[in-house]
Design a binder for this molecule. Structure first.
Ligand SMILES: [Fe+2]
Length: 240
């Protein structure tokens, strides 16, 4: 894939090519979410739940904190025999869900409000990774009867508001730094869960999340817009 450099004078043919790449990337995200269902053995599609992952942030009311989903079509056999669930496992489930909810919105906003091709490319990676992760999280929540939130944290909602209010270079700068900051911090939680969980399903979620977070760190850094202060803030938060 193109590493996302700028084009000074994009032609209409180039724009068409970019739109084609964007559509192909989103189609790949939906296909990968569909393929994932069989790989995880979590049962048949639930009325297009996986394919709705990319729009979950726009319609997040399907899952309510304190009221876990009880979809009867989910095959819970593997999930229920997967092992004990720790408080850190539960935290991982919630943190990944919250990341999905705000990053799906951020990924879409990158396509409309961003100016850098590298930022738009990073946004497509967010849409891809978090569509897949949200399918996994919702299936685990349903099977284990563990509540997950239906909206991002107030802080994340504020970030989305700021992204929505920004355009062009200002959007690009805030997008790259805020998302790099958040990914740097959640990466540690993912690693802790991966290292300690006794639950095989949570372990697989941590592996998927690790892959997604690593990818998102990379594409955000590829924008060339992440500032030293962002790395310093992450270091201050995670190195204790
Ligand atoms: Fe992400």
């Amino acid at each position: 894939m193109d590493r996302g450099g700028h084009a000074a004078n994009p032609s209409s043919a180039t724009n068409l090519a970019r739109r084609t790449v964007a559509v192909a990337a989103l189609a790949a995200a939906l296909v990968s979410a569909w393929v994932y269902r069989d790989a995880w053995g979590l049962g048949p599609d639930r009325a297009g739940a996986a394919d709705s992952g990319a729009v979950a942030a726009a319609h997040p009311a399907a899952v309510h904190l304190g009221q876990p989903r009880t979809d009867q079509s989910v095959n819970t056999g593997r999930v229920l025999s997967a092992g004990p669930v720790s408080e850190l496992d539960k935290e991982l489930l919630v943190r990944v869900r919250q990341a999905n909810l705000w990053e799906l919105q951020a990924g879409r906003l990158a396509q409309t409000n961003g100016s850098s091709e590298a930022v738009k490319r990073a946004g497509l990676h967010l849409l891809d990774g978090h569509s897949r992760l949200d399918q996994i999280v919702r299936e685990i929540s349903a099977a284990l009867q563990l509540p997950i939130p239906d909206e991002p944290t107030p802080e994340q909602q504020e970030w989305v508001r700021q992204l929505r209010a920004s355009k062009g270079a200002n959007f690009d700068q805030f997008f790259a730094n805020q998302l790099r900051n958040a990914h740097g911090k959640v990466f540690v939680v993912v690693a802790q869960a991966r290292s300690t969980t006794q639950n095989s399903v949570i372990r697989d979620l941590a592996i998927e999340a690790n892959t997604a977070v690593s990818d998102h760190l990379e594409v955000l850094e590829d924008t060339g817009l992440v500032e030293p202060r962002t790395f310093d803030e992450v270091a201050k938060a995670v190195l204790k």
